[in-house]
Design a protein around this ligand. Sequence first.
Ligand SMILES: Nc1ncnc2c1ncn2[C@@H]1O[C@H](COP(=O)(O)OP(=O)(O)O)[C@@H](O)[C@H]1O
Ligand SMILES: Cc1ncc(COP(=O)(O)O)c(N)n1
Length: 505
Amino acid sequence: MTAPFTPNILSIAGTDPTGGAGIQADLKSIAAGGGYGMAVVTALVAQNTRGVREVHVPDTAFLRAQLDAVSDDVRIDAVKIGMLANTEVIETVADWLGAVRGATAQPSFPVVLDPVMIAASGDPLLAPETIEALRRLIPLADLVTPNLFELAELTGEAVAADWAAALAQGRRLAEATGVRVLVKGGHLPGESAPDALVAPGGEVTEFAGSRIHTPHTHGTGCSLSAGVATRIARRPGDWAAAVGEAKAWLRESLAAAGELSVGGGSGPLNHLAGLWLRGGLETRPTAEAVRETWWAGIATVREQTEQLGFIRGLADGTLERAHFLEYIAQDSVYLHAYARVLARVSEIAPSPEEQAFWARAAHGAIMGELELHRARLGDDAPIHVASAAPSAATSGYVNHLLAASTKDYAEAAAAVLPCFWVYADLGKRLVSGAIHARAQQADHPYAEWIATYDDAGFAADNETAIGYVTAAAAAADAATRERMWRAFEVGAIWEREFFGQTPAG
Ligand SMILES: Nc1ncnc2c1ncn2[C@@H]1O[C@H](COP(=O)(O)OP(=O)(O)O)[C@@H](O)[C@H]1O
Ligand SMILES: Cc1ncc(COP(=O)(O)O)c(N)n1
């Protein structure tokens, strides 16, 4: 999986300690849109969902120091400008933009200007005499996003009474400034809340939207402009797509605002509600983590398997031949069924690669292994494959696999995995002498059988099977992953029962 491009988005704005508007809202909006959020504070605002109490504007030399700290170090992919407080602040931001944009270190980045003048509560956030300075800043932006009141202030006209009048004002502003305007209809009376992108040439792209009935619209303008800046950085040049997607996200977040409980006034948007709804809160393990957890989860069962009389006798050569043959006969019965289950896993596999792999495994089980067993259980052997009836352990194991194979791919594949993994691991330990050193001697009574465990092809298939199953578990939802683990764990327990079923114990 290749990681998507994560643009660095800088918000230059004021604060809202309740987190609903200004920089705090911008950072959430940027994150929700897939960007990396950065923030330079223009003004500290003591506000909440009910209104603005006090505004503190730090020294503009310090504002410039913040801006330079960002641009001297970080590549900027888009800028969103919000509350600017006064003329000095506007000029500081304009100077900085002029100095950095287009410079070698910061080739060029789009600028979205939200000409914040008043809070949703009606409180002023821009000194009235500052409108002129703000007008001068507009040509430095690529998009300006006024609400109906701000549009009226910027054009020097009365507040538009309807959508047609708002669009006409938007056209005049775009023409006068040479900058595209996003006319916002959030404050229109009536059941619709349309927005429109108006190009300096007069071209209009409308974004329709029904009104969402909620009092919680604190920070909508901030969040929308930061969302557009994030999306235009991800897809340079396509302003209509950036606005359309940002609006769709905003509507979803506005509709979910009622799920929050923040303050007694006009509350904030639920910026990340869509992500949470689509599983963003759920952390999922990687395939490697599933591998580690599952293997550790069956450690006791594996240890018990290794301690079985059958396995110890096989390792040190003391296993009675009759018990060995009994095991072989049951293994043969088992493999008939196992091959059918593997074929079923192949049938329901999600990709051609997995389909082919499991089909090949089914073929291997039925051909290779049965050949091996038949050779050991020929006419002179005391037990014949054809006449061997399934034991209780064999029936139990096979029934577990058959039951899992009637479920989904995830569970079926998890159930067949222990037969690869536990068997391959046990074989490797047997061959290496880790269980008993005698297993490595050439005159060992089961030397030829032990040698069959030393198969590079099977070891590779085991890795492939682990890879497919753990990847499926990592991608699955929590409930499916839990079912997979259970199917795997029970499979491992049946492996133990299967090895321990002869009188050797
Ligand atoms: N009640 C609402 N239902 C649907 N969309 C809304 C609502 N209120 C605002 N919006 C949308 O929120 C965004 C901000 O618009 P607006 O409220 O006009 O600006 P501001 O927040 O700057 O005052 C726009 O996309 C607008 O369409
Ligand atoms: C610091 C700051 N900036 C902007 C707004 C306007 O918010 P809205 O997005 O509701 O217009 C605000 N209340 N506070």
